[in-house]
Design a protein around this ligand. Structure first.
Ligand code: COA
Ligand code: ZN
Length: 304
């Protein structure tokens, strides 16, 4: 029996690094990207093309992408919030664009200074531009499982946004737990319904944060519902601009370690990935949340 393949979409150099205070120099970002792409990863959200005043860490997006040595077989993707970002990302020859629309009106305004409807119009224009240059364009629904301003997000609101994005021609969607508010019961229930309804024609992935320690439990819940694509951040880099001490995305190496332990296959070389997690700690100059890089993989026995 062949093992089920799970795709890991690395987001450390975007979602992870974007919230850090001290600017990470361009060559260090390039070094981290190149090291990550030697581990067997297939997809990476390498950067974002955003207003540098809003996100100073991503000000060198174009420079990073022109310097990085690209590995064949890896898709280098970028988050874009508006048409300007989409144009820049296409000029930088990104392999795919990702457009986020929040399920929460309040969070969307904080994030991009637009209403949800305005973001959807922007998403429509970005999708059309991407189609015209044959660039895949992924839709993402942020704060899909809860919002720090609005609290619970009704499932119907997420379903409504899925319908609207599908109407714009999107066929790959990520549902994001932007600030780590989802629990495993909720993930399994929501993703079960979503995949039942649209799973035969639409690709769905989960973007999870470990803000409250439920990250890997939510991965298992997603797997149980049939999800086969997960975002993760090497070493668990990241945080949340709205909670200074908050943990970041689920850690890529902890996720891969767990997936391999429970019988899934990712195509990723875990030992190499652990080395990259340690490299990330060196580059950032501090301890990062990833746990397997500290304890070592479960199968690595110690001398008696
Ligand atoms: N890349 C670079 N510069 C951009 C830009 C982009 N994608 N979009 C806008 N700008 C520039 C404009 O050219 C303008 O520059 P100027 O003042 O020199 O003329 C300036 O930013 C303001 O433009 P405006 O359209 O008014 O944008 P804004 O200030 O309202 O910001 C966003 C809106 C969406 C661009 C900004 O909030 C943003 O980049 N958010 C990203 C947030 C994010 O990455 N979140 C990640 C989690 S989803
Ligand atoms: Zn995120």
């Amino acid at each position: 029996m062949s093992m089920t393949h799970i795709t890991i979409r690395e987001v450390g150099t975007r979602d992870g690094i974007q919230s850090l205070g001290a600017f990470i120099e361009t060559p260090r970002k390039v070094e981290l990207l190149e090291a990550l792409c030697e581990t067997g990863l297939e997809r990476i959200e390498a950067t974002s093309f955003v207003n540098p005043r809003a996100v100073p860490q991503m000000a060198d997006a174009g420079e990073v992408m022109s310097r990085v040595r690209r590995r064949a077989g890896v898709k280098y993707e970028a988050l874009v919030p508006n048409m300007r970002g989409a144009q820049d990302a296409i000029a930088a020859q990104m392999d795919a664009l990702l457009v986020v629309v929040m399920a929460s009106e309040a969070f969307n305004r904080k994030n991009v200074r637009m209403s949800v409807d305005e973001s959807l119009s922007e998403a429509a224009a970005i999708k059309a531009l991407a189609d015209a240059s044959d660039t895949p364009c992924i839709g993402a629904i942020g704060t899909a499982f809860g919002c720090p301003y609005e609290g619970d997000i009704p499932e119907e609101r997420v379903s409504g946004l899925i319908e609207r994005l599908l109407a714009l021609g999107f066929s790959d969607l990520m549902l994001a737990d932007t600030t780590g508010m989802a629990n495993p019961v909720q993930i399994e229930r929501t993703m079960g319904r979503v995949l039942d309804r649209w799973g035969s024609s639409v690709g769905f992935g989960l973007h999870l944060h470990n803000t409250r320690g439920m990250g890997l439990a939510n991965v298992v819940a997603g797997l149980n519902a049939g999800v086969k694509l997960f975002d993760a951040s090497v070493a668990g880099i990241g945080g949340c601009p709205f909670a200074p001490q908050a943990a970041g995305n689920i850690s890529t190496e902890d996720t891969v370690h767990m997936l391999h332990e429970i019988g899934y296959e990712t195509g990723i070389d875990l030992e190499r990935l652990i080395e990259v997690a340690r490299l990330a700690q060196g580059i950032l100059g501090r301890e990062l949340p990833g746990q397997v890089m500290k304890a070592g993989p479960r199968w690595q026995l110690h001398a008696v």
